[in-house]
Design a protein around this ligand. Structure first.
Ligand SMILES: C[S@@+](CC[C@H](N)C(=O)[O-])C[C@H]1O[C@@H](n2cnc3c(N)ncnc32)[C@H](O)[C@@H]1O
Length: 240
């Protein structure tokens, strides 16, 4: 089965230029007022992702954790504050302004530095952390991959000549990078939990559903919904 992707129409949120402008502005704000920038989807959502990580992939010296599309680094700084060693944490973002902002914030915080790199997740394999180990000797070296709003942004990118979204390749790239037993935790405001499951839990990825995060719900016009959706999927361990 192939992943179901999105019928979302392209928008400026799916362009690198947009994010370059956003983080360029955030760098100015940080320099002028010390404002570290927007916490995408809000502090509560971020805290819930950190709590999920603490419960399922607790801090340990040999972990490798990567945030895909790390922006200003707020989620990774949240993990750092929760006790994850900086040397276990990495962020990548295709906007060099985002990387620059996250690095400036990191320098102004004491202690070891989180690794932030500028890289397009759909094109490049992420740089490994010095402590990371791949059981196969390949790129499958991450215990936890995180996404907060990046799959959403990628799904709003320009479609190819066959009308396919750039997001079509994302789930299999995630699966390839996870260690056996590793987790991918995603929070989205454009996809429901069911849509996330349909896109990530496929025979193509081999990933299995693990758990969800409960977010505040609302009711309107007799229907109820959630402000955003988070699911975690896992790469199964090889059969013994
Ligand atoms: C909605 S923002 C979220 C940023 C961050 N995760 C947060 O929670 O604050 C989406 C991020 O994805 C990044 N992004 C979009 N497409 C990307 C790609 N193909 N490779 C790497 N980063 C990408 C953008 O530059 C932006 O920083």
């Amino acid at each position: 089965m192939t992943a179901v992707v999105t019928e979302l129409p392209p928008s400026k949120l799916g362009t690198k230029e947009h994010w370059d402008d956003v983080y360029h502005e955030e760098i100015s704000n940080f320099i002028d007022h010390g404002d570290e920038g927007e916490v995408w989807f809000g502090e509560d959502t971020q805290e819930k992702m950190v709590e999920w990580a603490l419960a399922n992939v607790p801090p340990s010296p040999d972990l490798s954790v990567l945030e895909i599309g790390s922006g200003n680094g707020a989620l990774l700084f949240g993990l750092l504050d929760a006790g994850y060693p900086a040397r276990c944490l990495a962020g990548l973002d295709y906007s060099s302004s985002a990387t620059q902002l996250a690095e400036i914030v990191a320098v102004l915080r004491d202690g070891e530095k989180i690794s932030f790199t500028t890289s397009n997740f759909l094109e490049d394999d992420p740089l490994p952390l010095p402590n990371s180990v791949s059981p196969s000797g390949g790129v499958d070296r991450w215990d936890l991959l995180l996404d907060k709003g990046t799959y959403d942004a990628i799904a709003l990118g320009v479609k190819d000549e066959h009308g396919r979204s750039p997001a079509i390749n994302y789930p299999s790239r995630v699966a390839r990078l996870l260690k056996p037993g590793g987790y991918f935790l995603i929070t989205s405001c454009n996809f429901t939990e069911d849509e996330l499951k349909a896109n990530f839990v496929t025979s193509e990825t081999g990933l299995v559903y693990h758990s969800r995060i409960q977010h505040p719900t609302y009711s309107f016009g007799g229907k109820s919904g959630s402000t955003c959706a988070s699911i975690a999927v896992q790469k199964p361990l090889p059969a013994a």
